[in-house]
Design a protein around this ligand. Structure first.
Ligand SMILES: Nc1ncnc2c1ncn2[C@@H]1O[C@H](COP(=O)(O)OP(=O)(O)OP(=O)(O)O)[C@@H](O)[C@H]1O
Ligand SMILES: [Mg+2]
Length: 229
């Protein structure tokens, strides 16, 4: 299990989860969901047992990326939710809870409470990795996840754009303050390459992610440019 000393307690449903990786970025729309899904599938293809939780209440995007809808979800005893298995990955999302079910499953009025309930009321079983696709920002949901769940490590996503870089630094500060390890930084949307030419256009600027990674004190800092917008 994870070694995050900030964790207060480990919910029963997460006891057999070996590693929890949170994908963060203070900025919206930089590719957290796309990268979370790709990471989950890549780990599964390595033969590992993987789960993915879409922790975005207001804009859950994973269900549509995976072609799922609320009807696909099964709730045991009005309390424990069976995750949906898609592409070999156990998956749960706020977007799968139909509006009639919401008052039953979420007792707390607060969004972060609902995220915590979804995470801890899902029957994850044995997993090597549970990936958390977080919503944008450095607010209550992100803080609650980092403080109350034994997050093993985080992955930070940015684009090379200045506005994303400055938001990303805020996110990194929050993670560092809470003493949760940062696995690395992904610079997404690094360039645009039209189909009819091999030329790369750096429409959001260049090397912004590399600049931030230089400031990170981590054993395994890397940046990975993901282009192909
Ligand atoms: N490398 C990429 N190439 C092409 N399209 C991409 C790439 N990365 C992300 N996208 C697309 O950009 C859009 C935003 O990505 P995504 O939803 O993953 O961002 P996000 O950070 O999760 O957003 P939010 O903050 O709203 O949750 C999506 O339509 C996604 O498919
Ligand atoms: Mg998202």
């Amino acid at each position: 299990m994870s070694n995050n000393q900030n964790a207060l307690r480990i919910p029963e449903t997460l006891r057999k989860v070996k590693n929890i990786v949170g994908v963060f970025s203070a900025k919206g729309g930089v590719g957290k969901s796309a990268i979370s899904l790709n990471l989950a599938i890549a780990l599964k293809e390595k033969g590992l047992k993987v789960g993915l939780i879409d922790a975005d209440i207001y804009g859950p995007s994973q269900p549509s990326m995976l072609g799922l809808s609320p009807g696909d979800l099964k709730v045991k005893d009005e309390k424990i939710i069976s995750p949906i298995e898609k592409k070999g990955v156990k998956f749960i999302s706020m977007g799968l809870i139909s509006s009639e079910r919401m008052p039953v499953i979420w007792r707390g009025p607060m969004v972060s409470g609902a995220v915590m309930q979804l995470l801890s009321q899902t029957d994850w079983g044995e997993l090597d990795f549970l990936i958390i696709d977080t919503p944008p920002g450095t607010g209550d949901v992100q803080l609650t996840l980092l403080q109350k769940i034994a997050v093993t490590a985080t992955l930070v996503v940015t684009t090379p754009q200045k506005v994303s870089i400055s938001d990303c630094r805020k996110g990194i500060e929050m993670i560092k303050k809470l003493d949760v390890p940062i696995l690395g930084l992904v610079e997404n949307m690094s360039w645009f390459e039209p189909n009819d030419t091999n030329k790369k256009y750096h429409i959001f600027g260049k090397n912004g992610g590399y600049g931030i990674s230089q400031g990170l004190r981590s054993r395994s800092v890397w940046t990975n440019s993901v282009g192909g917008i």
